[in-house]
Design a protein around this ligand. Structure first.
Ligand code: GAR
Length: 208
């Protein structure tokens, strides 16, 4: 049974999608803890309602980035995770934290990486005149929103789209690709070869 710890900052719809898929598809895994850097995160309510352990490591109460990372690692390690999933976690993690969990930490980012790392992805995609947008699940490396790509989803940008309508279209696909990527991980079906991720069944790693 693989132990999954989720790091969150907000509403937690991706956490919910992963947790529900885990239960409904009887993965050899369990979401054992949800850790937030924001005390009021909706994801914490979802976790508490579903009997998942919760913890808050408030970045504002830590004297430095390093201190925050250390406090976070201590809380995370107490749950002995096999996999960390960043599910709307909006803090930049330092290199030593990332290296500690390298190869067992996934993130979802709402763009077709390597385009638009960082914030305001949908606004930037619209401003650039992109005809397609999407989301990326990737292994986390010290470089922000970078790292071996597990799966991507692609959606059209439609005339009249604004940030909200595009974000909603992308988010709906996040709820498909993130659970799938996590499932592959816990089933041992992901291999990283020369910085590229191979799904060992040969399953498609793009959702269009
Ligand atoms: C999602 O769109 C996720 O891709 C994004 O935050 C949202 C969280 O929603 N993550 C990032 O921007 C990370 N760089 P959720 O809390 O409902 O899962």
């Amino acid at each position: 049974m693989k132990r999954i710890v989720a790091l969150v900052s907000g509403r937690g719809s991706n956490l919910q999608a992963i947790h529900q898929a885990c239960l409904q598809q009887a993965w050899p895994a369990a979401v054992v803890a949800v850790v937030s850097n924001r005390p009021g995160a909706g994801a914490l309510d979802y976790a508490a309602q579903h009997g998942i352990a919760t913890a808050v490591v408030d970045h504002r109460s830590q004297p430095s980035r390093e201190a925050f990372d250390d406090a976070l690692a201590q809380v995370v390690d107490a749950h002995a995770p096999d996999l960390l999933v960043l599910a709307g976690f909006m803090r930049i993690l330092g290199a030593s934290f990332v290296q500690r969990y390298q190869g067992r930490m996934l993130n979802i980012h709402p763009s077709l990486l390597p385009a638009f790392p960082g914030l305001h992805t949908h606004r930037r995609a619209l401003e650039a005149g992109c005809q397609a947008a999407g989301a990326t699940v990737h292994f986390v490396t010290p470089e922000l929103d970078h790292g071996p790509i597990v799966m991507q989803s692609v959606v059209p940008v439609r005339p009249g789209d604004d940030e909200d309508s595009l974000a909603a279209r992308v988010l709906a696909t996040e709820h498909s690709i993130y659970p799938l990527a996590v499932r592959w991980f816990v089933e041992g079906k992901l291999q990283i070869e020369q910085g590229r991720v191979r799904q060992t069944d040969g399953a498609s790693q793009v959702l269009i």
